[in-house]
Design a protein around this ligand. Sequence first.
Ligand SMILES: Nc1ncnc2c1ncn2[C@@H]1O[C@H](COP(=O)(O)OP(=O)(O)OP(=O)(O)O)[C@@H](O)[C@H]1O
Length: 315
Amino acid sequence: MDTPTELDTPTLSELEARATHERPAFGEHAHILCDNLVRIYKTEGVEVVALQGLDLLIEKGELIAIVGASGSGKSTLLNVLSGLDVPTAGVARVAGTDLLAMTARDRLRYRREVVGFIWQQTARNLLPYLTARENAQLPLRLAGKRARTSRADELLELLGVGHCAGRKPNEISGGEQQRVAIAVALANSPQVILADEPTGELDSENSEQVFAALRQANRELGVTCVVVTHDTLVSEQVDRTVGIRDGRTSSETLRRASSDGNIIAEEYAVLDRVGRLQLPRDFTNALDMERRVRLELERDHIGVWPDKARSEDTE
Ligand SMILES: Nc1ncnc2c1ncn2[C@@H]1O[C@H](COP(=O)(O)OP(=O)(O)OP(=O)(O)O)[C@@H](O)[C@H]1O
């Protein structure tokens, strides 16, 4: 065997250059990127860490659901992505806009033109004294664009609420109001729609119609949709559901159609860029795993075992 000469042994800086050249930056091509996102709230001297290094990548044109227990950080994440709130640290980028480096002016433009937002409370989405059509024209007016009636009517029609165009919010049902709210959110042709519990106040029939309207917008207009939801009707119908726990992404469920047409859902734990993994609490509880585990590399998987020394101690 040849001994390597000084000439063919790469230097540390060459190795570093090679590594950065060969590996694309984390989330380089993602439409929405959160990298190690942190949001700390300070109230009366008490700090609450709502996001603790959250990583998330979403591709252009995806429709995903975000789920998690109350207080896990879902609304905080959506507020950051919508430009309403500024994270404490980390990277947040949406459609090429760096959300930590925006001026007040950039923020206004971002909120008017890049993202559309739908809130849970139907009353918060629409102005009560305007008709559905006028509500859908308003974002264009605010952006100084010509508010074409046809654009508003096309969107209302696409979302199945064309018949509500001339009516005010109190003259239509909650589900219809939310579908009009989607038309308002889409009016400025945003690249991303963010919805916080859009079906939270609705019965199952209306929820179904609102979700169908969102899916329609996603498929026909190609807009990326992120929906925070407790509604299994929504979370079980998207291709990807991201679970958040304690301010971090903890799991992902991917759904695909099998050859016989059934939907197969598979749950994955999320591996972050430095290799950290959150094991599901019911798994660790079932095997009484605490503090440390033993890992074994097998040919096609990694085994995770309870700490042997600890289990012998307790015997
Ligand atoms: N403005 C705030 N000031 C202080 N703490 C806050 C603030 N907003 C949220 N928090 C805290 O941050 C954590 C995450 O809250 P967040 O509202 O993002 O959770 P969530 O998952 O959306 O919950 P829910 O499902 O109940 O809406 C919680 O502990 C919450 O109490």
